[in-house]
Design a protein around this ligand. Structure first.
Ligand code: CP3
Length: 354
């Protein structure tokens, strides 16, 4: 395997010394980039991009051509698992993801099988191998999956939801059915992430986008428990290097200690938690990734730079910080502003590393 030319992302995840703070952006390959919109047009639609390894590879690399990012993230979607389970994922323009079939009854849950990534999602695994080869050691490649709870919300609701009415109904009325669904998903996520790691992913992130919608008790029982199960089943070392695991619960700032206790290497923070305070709470048990409000990218480059400086100073000196947005970059952001953000992280962070 090719030697990594830039490994500061992996080093920061392991809290090893770095020259500058590494940076990448959630949703870095996406609609704010005109070259992404052109590729999507050529592929026909979003699923055409995800389903074609060459196209997925092309859009994964687009943000790296523009910006000095320290990591690449596989271009795909968290909803490939429910699609592989037979739910029929499709996207309606402007309306987000939708499923042809939903999972609402005990019989629906019992009919679901743990996926076999190599036969059910070959296009994702092939995309990982291809991207890894094309990256040629430039930066590490991140693989990802949704958390069981987050995937379950889409499968039960049949798409995005404001209040998770049906998912909460199952959770409160039939917790044993919900647990069976989450267990099938946790097993699927584990084999899926391991297949991505075997194909060349050098770190993995679990997106628990809707964990923050759960009550305090329910978060531990219905989301964290299954992420713990996944973390304990993952390949943690490959090609002579640690394969770090990042847990990101949006709205999870109150649960950082419990999240760190899962054995994950790093926690993703949204923008509602102060990163300096978070660092004091988790000590040196995990690295922290985040956590600039993504809407600051609508402000001026000067204001963006000031905010980067504020977050770097709040985290303070030393390694263990991966700069990121607190959630995905939005389609209306000016690509120049994203560039100003990334440059500011590298420029201003030299002062925090010796
Ligand atoms: O970060 C990256 O650059 C990698 C690609 C990536 C996508 N989706 C591409 C995508 C990743 C990591 C995801 C994860 C994902 N998908 C999550 C978790 C992260 C988060 O944002 O909270 C969730 C909840 C989904 C489900 C999903 N996919 C939704 C709700 C939507 C519609 C909303 C939207 O932004 O359009 C998608 C579609 C999607 N996934 C797009 C992209 C680039 C936009 C589709 C398009 O091009 O029209």
């Amino acid at each position: 395997m090719t030697e990594l030319k830039n490994d500061r992302f992996l080093r920061a995840l392991m809290r090893e010394p770095v020259d500058v703070t590494p940076v990448w952006m959630m949703r870095q390959a996406g609609r704010y980039l005109p070259e992404y919109r052109a590729s999507r047009e050529r592929a026909g639609n979003f699923m055409g991009l995800c389903g074609n390894p060459e196209a997925a590879c092309e859009v994964t690399l687009q943000p790296l051509e523009r910006y000095p990012l320290d990591a690449a993230i596989l271009f795909s979607d968290i909803l490939t698992i429910p699609d592989a389970m037979g739910l029929g994922l499709y996207f309606e323009t402007g309306e987000g993801p939708k499923f042809k079939k939903t999972v609402r009854t005990e019989a629906d849950v019992n009919s679901l099988k743990v996926i076999d990534p190599k036969s059910d999602l070959p296009y994702v695994i092939d995309a990982v191998s291809l991207i890894r080869r094309e990256l040629n050691g430039r930066v590490p490649l991140i693989g990802f999956s949704g958390s069981p709870w987050t995937l379950a919300t889409y499968m039960i609701e049949g798409g995005s939801s404001r209040d998770f009415r049906r998912a909460k109904q199952m959770l409160y009325n039939s917790p044993e059915v919900m647990h069976r669904l989450l267990d099938t998903l946790a097993q699927s996520v584990t084999v899926y992430l391991n297949a991505q790691i075997e194909a060349g992913a050098q770190a993995v992130q679990i997106f628990d986008t809707w964990g923050g919608a759960l009550s305090h008790q329910a978060y531990d029982e219905f989301s964290l428990k299954y992420m713990r199960q996944i973390v304990s089943g993952l390949i943690r070392e490959r090609e002579g290097r640690k394969v770090p695991v990042i847990l990101f619960t949006k709205g999870g700032g109150q649960w950082l200690e419990a999240m760190a206790a899962t054995g994950a290497d790093a926690l993703g923070l949204d923008w509602t938690t102060d990163i300096g305070a978070a660092r004091k709470r988790v000590g040196d048990s995990v690295a922290l990734q985040g956590n600039m409000d993504p809407t600051i990218l609508y402000a001026s480059p000067e204001r963006i730079r000031e905010e980067v400086g504020r977050i770097l100073s709040s985290y303070g000196s030393g390694s263990g910080h991966i700069f990121n947005l607190g959630h995905g970059i939005t389609p209306e952001v000016d690509p120049e502003h994203a560039g100003a953000f990334i440059r500011a992280v590298h420029d201003l962070s030299t002062a925090y590393h010796t």
